[in-house]
Design a binder for this molecule. Structure first.
Ligand code: SAM
Ligand code: SF4
Length: 497
């Protein structure tokens, strides 16, 4: 497989994106000139990564070239995450790098325009950026949450756009291009999804597709319903058309995305259910692997398992966030299921005709979580036998109900519970992975190892396998691997030849 981007630049008339500059309308002058460039940095989840791919597509369709260093970019975008406080803070510290007030020239004097050196705040990824004369934009959840406040805190920012307003990005860019100093998009009451003509995909082996945006649940700790707006599903027809295009481009693996992906509701007359959509996507010619994330336990029914059993292209992996093993805490989180109901879903999945890997998310130190509640979460790990757990210390977020709940857990106790839980899960994962030693698994190869003859890829259950092979080129291929060793987070093996 040779593609790295699936943007068809030739069909857009921007054939020179990799070579010399294309002739496009100069954003600030309205004159024809060299193509403008953009740099985009993404924080947070897979949905943000894919939103950035679509935003990049929109910019490229307007003649912008993508660059991988903010120093050389005319437009610098930060696609942000505010799910936990730390993630939001990171964005402001990154933005600080672009503060023209910090700019100093080589002679030491402040300089309002041109290429100047900026002192990097502690912990920033790059030491020097060239700040002045750029359009700086904040996209995504922090944009939605902080809104106009961003212009106050970082007056050098000129674009603030929440994810529910991305469909207006071309208009907003046009306003900036015609000289507007500040543009803001903060819709939340939309019933539209962000459809793009083109998407610049970064991962050459796995193509992400959002099928449902926003969230209609109301978990008491979560900002997503505020930052991403209400649930909106794409048409099944549009999704299937995109999957067929991806298959034609050479992708064999697709991953369907949504905050509650299994709450998908086809808005068209076809009324395709999520389980039916899975089978239809799996049946597209050329598609060998279909993944989906994140599933909400309350909307996870037997029809999804039946669909997975009916088609081998539907991967043996379900991400089913539990958040807590205590019914009392789940009720305070407004998660809409009890421990027992969740365990019934696990039993249903474990009863499937082929083994499924199950992963989850857990929050530690939710307000009022007692030692006994915490022990119930530990016993949930034993009962569910997860193959992976993403664990987070509870972080109070603006607008959420949980923020005003009593009985906050001290930070040191959250840290202790997190460490205990991670140790507990490491032992479970090690045992589950060791049980696979000696088995043969199909691996989609997506990385070269550090040494000659070493490769890495993933099984259908989403396990990472590092393996040896006598072959000199394997990227993008499906190969059979015999598992020879196992650790908590990955397997080691050798290709069967
Ligand atoms: N929609 C998904 C679901 O329902 O499980 C999760 C989306 S969220 C981006 C990913 C994970 O972040 C959640 O499953 C939860 O474990 C964690 N999370 C969300 N809000 C949090 C908060 N305030 N503090 C700590 N972790 C949080
Ligand atoms: Fe947040 Fe809950 Fe919606 Fe997931 S289901 S995005 S945790 S509100």
């Amino acid at each position: 497989m040779s593609h790295a981007f699936d943007v068809r630049l030739d069909s857009l008339g921007f054939a020179s994106a990799q070579g010399g500059p294309a002739s496009v309308l100069h954003p600030s002058s309205g004159q024809r000139g060299a193509a403008k460039s953009f740099y985009i940095e993404t924080f947070g989840c897979q949905m943000n990564v894919h939103d950035s791919e679509k935003v990049s597509g929109v910019l490229m369709s307007r003649g912008y070239q993508m660059v991988d260093d903010p120093a050389g970019a005319d437009v610098v975008l930060f696609n942000t995450c505010s799910i936990r406080e730390k993630a939001a803070q990171k964005v402001f510290s990154r933005l600080g790098l672009f503060n023209p007030a910090n700019v100093r020239t080589n002679s030491g004097a402040n300089e309002p325009a041109g290429e100047s050196e900026v002192k990097a705040p502690h912990g920033s990824r790059r030491g020097i950026v060239y700040a002045a004369g750029k359009i700086i934009g904040v996209l995504g959840c922090v944009a939605q949450q902080e809104g106009e406040e961003i212009f106050e805190r970082a007056p050098w920012v000129s674009l603030v756009c929440g994810s529910a307003s991305y469909r207006k990005l071309p208009e907003m860019l046009a306003q900036l291009e015609s000289g507007n100093r500040r543009v803001m998009g903060l819709d939340t009451d939309t019933d539209e999804t962000f459809e793009t003509e083109i998407t610049r995909r970064d991962n050459p082996f796995r193509a992400y597709l959002t099928i449902i945006e926003g969230c209609d649940k109301a978990c008491s700790y979560c900002v997503v319903p505020f930052t991403r707006g209400p649930e909106r599903s794409r048409s099944s027809e549009g999704i299937l058309r995109e999957v067929r295009q991806l298959a034609e481009m050479g992708y064999t693996e697709v991953q369907l995305l949504g905050q509650t992906v299994n709450s998908y509701r086809d808005p068209t007359a076809r009324r395709m259910k999520f389980a039916e959509l899975l089978v239809a996507v799996a049946a597209v010619n050329g598609i060998r692997r279909v993944r989906f994330t994140t599933s909400h336990p309350s909307d996870f029914g037997a029809d999804i398992i039946a669909a997975m059993e009916s088609h081998p292209a539907l991967c043996d992996h379900i991400h089913l966030p539990v958040q807590s093993g205590s019914t009392r805490v789940l009720a305070r989180m407004l998660r809409t299921y009890t421990r027992e109901q969740y365990l019934e879903k696990i039993a249903m999945i474990r009863g499937a005709r082929r083994p499924m890997s199950i992963t989850t998310d857990v929050i530690l130190g939710f307000p009022g979580e007692t030692e006994r509640d915490f022990e119930e979460t530990l016993s949930m790990l034993d009962a569910a036998q997860y193959d992976g757990v993403f664990s987070f210390k509870y972080s109070p977020r603006p607008n959420t109900l949980a923020r005003s709940m009593d009985d906050a857990i001290p930070e040191e106790e959250k840290i202790r519970r997190l460490a205990v839980l991670q140790d507990h899960q490491r032992a479970i994962q090690t045992a589950r992975n060791e049980a696979l030693v000696g088995e043969h698994h199909e691996v989609l190869v997506d990385h070269r190892g550090n040494r000659e003859g070493q490769w890495a890829g993933r099984t259908t259950s989403n396990r990472v396998v590092n393996f040896t092979s006598p072959r000199s080129e394997l990227l993008g291929e499906y190969v059979q691997v015999r598992v020879t060793r196992a650790g908590p987070n990955s397997l080691v093996g050798e290709q069967l030849v």
